[in-house]
Write a protein that binds this ligand. Structure first.
Ligand SMILES: NC(=O)c1ccc[n+]([C@@H]2O[C@H](COP(=O)([O-])OP(=O)(O)OC[C@H]3O[C@@H](n4cnc5c(N)ncnc54)[C@H](O)[C@@H]3O)[C@@H](O)[C@H]2O)c1
Length: 325
């Protein structure tokens, strides 16, 4: 799919209305899936901090159907109304050529690329025993390949620039989900894609560290089209009064911070962010190291491994318990 349409907007001379510190002045950002939901508020916040933004979106529904270019265009218009600079890019994040064109759009319109926020995606939930091949493939494609394609093309630009100029300013910010660690039962496709995103991001972060590029992943919780469906909708509902903990805007300060010069020393990390909380996850650790004197045999495994698991529940003790707090 090669649908590409860009519209340039011009930053007003009277500055950005709600702009705060200018932490991202002069930086060029791409946000995928920026037409609505989390991507929209992330794009707006990056612009508010001074970044020029490529608003990339295909305008599909929460389960990946249809196509609507008005969503991405309206975010460009919002940034323009704030006095910022933005272009829309209408392409499929998981299409090799579209994602290449997306990176190219940043270079053509703004002359550089500094920040890539990979966010686009959709869900097709089903229990493992009923999931179709298409439901699995399409969700792996949009999230995991969608992250890979953008990171791949941005990385090539940063590596070439880094080889020519030494250090570059590059920030990869990827969107995973707590589904990856809680392994949510109705989302074997989504949970797998979201786990893979951490690996893709950290692999890129390691490979590009010497050029000055960082890569981090976050797991948000927010009220969007994706969460306002089915059983989760009630939980994400806006409260009639009090703190609106699932407002998507609570996620954006972390994204803008990770995109900023202030976060140059943060790379390869995974965050959970929502409401008033930001959690930093640790890497999976070895709980225990079991050894034998000679070689393993069935009885040795039964004694050592079986002994370790004795009294533990089959699966629940392995996972972190989800939920607020
Ligand atoms: N909302 C949450 O609580 C939550 C929790 C965990 C993870 N996430 C992740 O956050 C990201 C944003 O989700 P959201 O909740 O804002 O959902 P959303 O449905 O509101 O927005 C997703 C956006 O991605 C775009 N998109 C989908 N497929 C695309 C494609 N192939 N190419 C380009 N754009 C495409 C859509 O058009 C839409 O604008 C997703 O990666 C999602 O998995 C969200």
């Amino acid at each position: 799919m090669a649908g590409l349409l860009c519209e340039r907007t011009t930053r007003q001379s009277d500055g950005i209305g709600n702009r705060s510190m200018g932490e991202l002045d002069g930086k060029v950002a791409i946000v995928t899936g920026a037409g609505r939901g989390l991507g929209r508020v992330e794009a707006l916040d990056l612009a508010r901090h001074g970044a020029r933004v490529v608003v990339s979106d295909l305008g599909v529904s929460a389960d990946g159907q249809g196509r609507d270019e008005s969503a991405g265009q309206s975010v460009v218009d919002e940034i323009k109304a704030m006095g910022g600079e933005a272009v829309a890019h209408f392409g499929d994040v998981a299409d090799w050529n579209d994602s290449k064109a997306m990176v190219q759009a940043a270079l053509e319109h703004f002359g550089d690329l500094n920040i890539l926020v990979c966010n686009a995606g959709f869900c097709r939930d089903r229990m493992i025993f009923g999931m179709s091949e298409e439901e699995f493939d399409s969700v792996i494609r949009v999230h995991l390949k969608g992250h890979f394609c953008g990171i791949r093309h941005a990385s090539e630009y940063w590596r070439n620039k880094g080889k020519a100029e030494g250090q570059v300013y590059g920030r990869i910010i990827s969107t995973s989900s707590e589904a990856a660690i809680f392994a949510s039962t109705g989302q074997p496709n989504y949970a797998a894609a979201k786990a893979g995103i951490i690996a893709v991001t950290n692999s890129a972060a390691q490979g590009l560290a010497k050029y000055g590029v960082t890569g981090n992943t976050f797991m948000p919780r927010a009220r969007t089209a994706m969460t306002m469906v089915g059983q989760t909708a009630a939980m994400f509902e806006k409260p009639e009064e009090g703190f609106d903990q699932f407002a998507p805007e609570h996620v954006t300060p972390l994204v803008s911070y990770l995109a900023s010069p202030a976060a140059a020393n943060i790379s390869g990390n995974v965050f959970v962010v929502w409401g008033k909380e930001i959690a930093v996850l640790s890497y999976p650790k070895r709980d225990v190291e079991l050894q034998v004197d000679e070689a393993w045999d069935f009885e040795a495994v039964r004694t050592k491994v079986g002994g370790y698991f004795e009294g533990k529940r089959p699966i629940a003790d392995s996972f972190i318990v989800p939920g607020p707090g």
